[in-house]
Design a protein around this ligand. Structure first.
Ligand code: NAD
Length: 267
């Protein structure tokens, strides 16, 4: 451990992961933050998946606990913040990592209403609600760092209107919260992952399209300018680690693409 988060208390939502071969963004962040000395509350709707992350952290000698919450429900967002605060006395870092896409989303003329409502609640409203409950704790203790996991799809794309608009909302939530809390030492930034080799993306798309994971991986790799290869959950985690740490002490309201150059390429 090199201690970049030594003594910090971190709450990470979606710290379990979807089934698949590689590591997800949430799990990678939880493991990396613990390696850097944080105590991590691993929150997930699926307790068993959060518990797997905790077991990985414990096996490396780190400190973490699992907590079950559905972040689309306000009472459960209040409960997860209360759990972090009562367990360790403060919350230095909040990472809003939960995000879903899925069936029923599509281009605007095809997406269905139920999918729109579900995706907005899980991707956008949830991040606002955890922030709503965590900000008073952070203000009272004199500071904190919030990292929202958005997506490059917040800036470009046209095939998943609910997902894209929810993530654009996460970007604006980030800058709004950064502005409103700067005077209190509470920073708020976002990471915008591009094409990542995570279970949710690769195995999820393979399952939904009837394709193989190898074919999905190859097609996604081919679209990435930097080395022709997707990023991984660890790339998201390293960017989030920087933003969460005191190294980013003068950085707030930033939307950081972690995308192998995709956002730099037009055409
Ligand atoms: P993941 O699916 O592996 O993990 C997300 C976790 O969130 C799962 O364990 C799931 O059980 C949990 N979850 C889902 N709904 C929940 C709810 N309502 N309450 C609590 N927990 C819930 O995904 P991941 O790889 O960790 O990615 C997470 C984030 O990264 C998402 O916000 C996603 O939009 C974003 N992202 C991913 C990619 C990519 O290519 N993988 C690209 C851009 C952005």
């Amino acid at each position: 451990m090199s201690g970049r988060l030594q003594g910090k208390i971190a709450v990470i939502t979606g710290a379990g992961q979807s089934a698949g071969e590689t590591i997800g963004n949430g799990r990678a962040m939880a493991v990396l933050f613990a390696r850097e000395g944080a105590q991590v509350l691993c929150v997930d709707r699926r307790l068993e998946s959060a518990a797997e992350t905790v077991a990985m952290i414990a096996a490396e000698g780190g400190s973490a606990a699992a907590f079950q919450a559905d972040v689309s429900r306000d009472a459960e967002c209040a409960a997860l913040v209360a759990e972090g605060k009562s367990r360790w006395g403060r919350i230095d870092i909040l990472v809003n990592n939960v995000g879903i896409g899925g069936s029923g989303d599509g281009p605007a003329h095809r997406a269905d209403e139920a999918a729109w409502d579900r995706i907005m609640a899980v991707n956008l409203k949830s991040a606002w609600m955890t922030i709503k409950h965590a900000v008073p704790v952070m203000r009272e203790q004199g500071g904190g760092s919030i990292v929202n996991i958005s997506s490059l799809a917040s800036l470009a794309g046209g095939n998943q209107v609910a997902y894209e608009v929810s993530k654009a909302g996460v970007n604006r939530l980030t800058t709004s919260v950064a502005n409103a809390n700067a005077a209190y030492g509470v920073r708020c930034n976002a990471v915008l992952p591009g094409l990542m080799d995570t279970p949710m993306a690769v195995s999820g798309i393979a399952g939904a399209t009837g394709s193989t994971t190898e074919a999905v991986r190859e097609a996604r790799n081919a679209r990435v300018p930097l080395r022709g290869r997707m990023g991984t959950g660890w790339d998201t985690a390293h960017a989030a680690l920087f933003l969460a740490s005191d190294e980013a002490n003068f950085i707030t309201g930033v939307l950081l693409p972690v995308d192998g150059g995709m956002s730099a390429r037009v055409g």
